[in-house]
Design a protein around this ligand. Sequence first.
Ligand code: 9WO
Length: 253
Amino acid sequence: MIIDILTIFPGMVAGPIRESIIGKAIERKLIDIRVINIREYAVDTHRTTDDRPFGGGSGMVMKPEPLAASIGSVRENDPTARVILLSPQGRLFDQKIAFELSRLNHICLVCGRYEGVDERIRNHYVDDEISIGDYVVTGGELPALVIVDAVARLLPGVLGSDESLIEESFTTGLLEYPQYTRPEIFESHRVPDILLSGNHGAIQRWRRQQALFRTWQRRPDLLNNDELSSEDKQLLAEEIENKKDLGIEKPGN
Ligand code: 9WO
């Protein structure tokens, strides 16, 4: 897979990519990430990438020409590349979109800065617009890194075989069950007995029940009741009763 990142701050993305599992995936030629400085496509003597908004108001807007030229250079060597603008107005990124992108041969992530990009870029140069969430950041670079990380780890061979198995079991659409490691007693708090029992059937059942309960308690939006088996419904109902008896009820925060 080829991932192009268009930015006026190439240093902001180069470091994190080099230092992560993505760096290893690049060395192993599983991904090719090219960081392109939009400023190099600005033709005036000062290499200007921003200008004042028509209609007045504060702040600056990304000029269309350098963005158009840099996107154009990507498209002309691969017309099939999916050009994606990172923007608070985009569709909300989730694991389903990560899978969708991981199936493409070439994506081009365009990072906005200042108060935004000229609307004509959005309308005539961009194929797709993605947001990583409803909060204000100073530009698209960190959101682009989030997407690169989430997509890269889904490519065949990027994760080790152990991690790939874990990945599969996480694709349940539920939150994680509670995890413990040594010591058995930490600051007087014990690991649940069942995890020390050696009864793998009982452990599996407990983990499934915990995952169901946590999801019900903290992220009910992720629970689709129609998709739960009758055993899942029973496990969840049982745990809701258990926790009620302990005085723990919704909401979980
Ligand atoms: C403005 C805004 C207004 C109300 C609620 C949330 C809001 N977020 C923003 C905002 O993030 N403005 C941009 C900051 C202006 C252009 C440069 N910035 C930016 C953010 N580029 N890309 C993002 C971004 C944010 C989240 N997901 C993907 C990209």
